[in-house]
Design a protein around this ligand. Structure first.
Ligand code: MTE
Length: 318
């Protein structure tokens, strides 16, 4: 997402194509011949383990919601990331997350609610049974994955804090701590990373508060210990490592929309017929596959969510 940023140094961002090519070479067993030519490149794919690792969490039930597709391997999900708090390269989060501590952690709920509170992670995790949901995960950069997230509907938390009648939007904020998140020393975006949802989007049963991945505690690079996942929106709408949810009356100003209002809108709904100003959104590359596939309206969740936007100008859906 940062490639357009004029003050990023040459080479600060590894072109996505190089990562993908390297991944494909490895997958095809061509690493021997081609590995030498690529040896100078940082390699996210080699940094993580092959199998899910970390503390196991209890899973109350499993729901498959990606059209029967197999989840993207753990290794790819945990080494090919966007988490600018740790750098702008896809490999940076997995490699640089060592400075980050996701425990102890608490989440502040503030603003237009009758029951504002500071929830410790241990209590938050017990608010509702943890469900595994296999969702499609589509980044605005036109790559995608299939991810078995673990968490519960955000609506469970919203109901508990009793929003007032003035609460129309939710604002999410990521931790602000440049000592732990070295990427925050660079003003790539305005920190802390801020995102938002309309109340009805937040209450939709697909919207999740996520605390795990592949049945394990969420790894740092994927947004430990708690993040938001909204499967019909581009990935940037789902902030990682959140410390605050604020209920407000006015539509909030969000990080990407503030930085590049012509490129990133408030809604960020996956829409194959509405191109990003600098690239098409009609197709996507599923990580691990060669050929690009068609992008689905609302990322394949139109039946569940299209009604939320009835009457809204489709160009505003972005
Ligand atoms: N949250 C924070 N705090 N910082 C980020 O840079 N990147 C977003 C989103 N949440 C980001 C973030 C983007 S652009 C995407 S595509 C997803 O996280 C990537 O999630 P993943 O790395 O788990 O696939």
């Amino acid at each position: 997402m940062a490639r357009w940023k004029p003050d990023l140094k040459e080479g600060a961002v590894t072109p996505e194509s190089i990562h993908l090519r390297r991944r494909e070479f490895l997958r095809l067993g061509a690493a021997g011949a081609l590995g030498a030519a690529l040896a100078g490149l940082p390699d996210a794919a080699l940094a993580g383990g092959d199998d899910p690792s970390g503390e196991a969490l209890p899973v109350s039930r499993r729901v498959e919601m990606a059209g029967g597709e197999k989840p993207t391997p753990w290794k790819s999900v945990t080494t090919y990331n966007n988490f600018y708090e740790f750098g702008t390269d896809k490999a940076d989060p997995a490699q640089r997350v060592g400075t980050f501590r996701s425990r102890p952690w608490s989440l502040a709920i503030e603003g237009e609610v009758k029951r504002p509170q500071l929830l410790a992670l241990e209590d938050l995790i017990k608010l509702a049974p943890l469900e595994e949901r296999i969702y499609r995960h589509r980044c605005v950069e036109a790559w995608s994955m299939v991810v078995p997230w673990l968490g519960f509907p955000l609506a469970e938390l919203v109901k508990r804090v009793e929003p007032t009648s003035r609460a129309r939007f939710l604002v999410f904020q990521t931790l602000l701590d440049p000592a732990q998140m070295p990427g925050q020393k660079n003003r790539v975006i305005e920190w802390p990373y801020t995102e938002g949802l309309r109340m009805d989007e937040a209450m939709n049963p697909l919207t999740m508060l996520v605390v795990g991945l592949y049945g394990r505690v969420l790894p740092g690079q994927n947004g430990a210990p708690i993040r938001v996942v909204i499967p019909w929106k581009y990935g940037f709408k789902g902030p990682k490592s959140i410390v605050r949810i604020r209920f407000v009356e006015e539509q909030p100003r969000t990080s990407w929309a503030l930085l590049a209002p012509t490129e990133y809108g408030f809604y960020g709904n996956v829409n194959p017929s509405l191109d990003h100003p600098r690239w098409s959104q009609a197709k996507e590359r599923r990580i691990g596959e060669f050929l690009r596939r068609d992008t689905l309206p609302f990322n394949g969740y139109a039946a569940q969510v299209a009604g939320l936007y009835a009457g809204l100008d489709p160009r505003k859906l972005y």
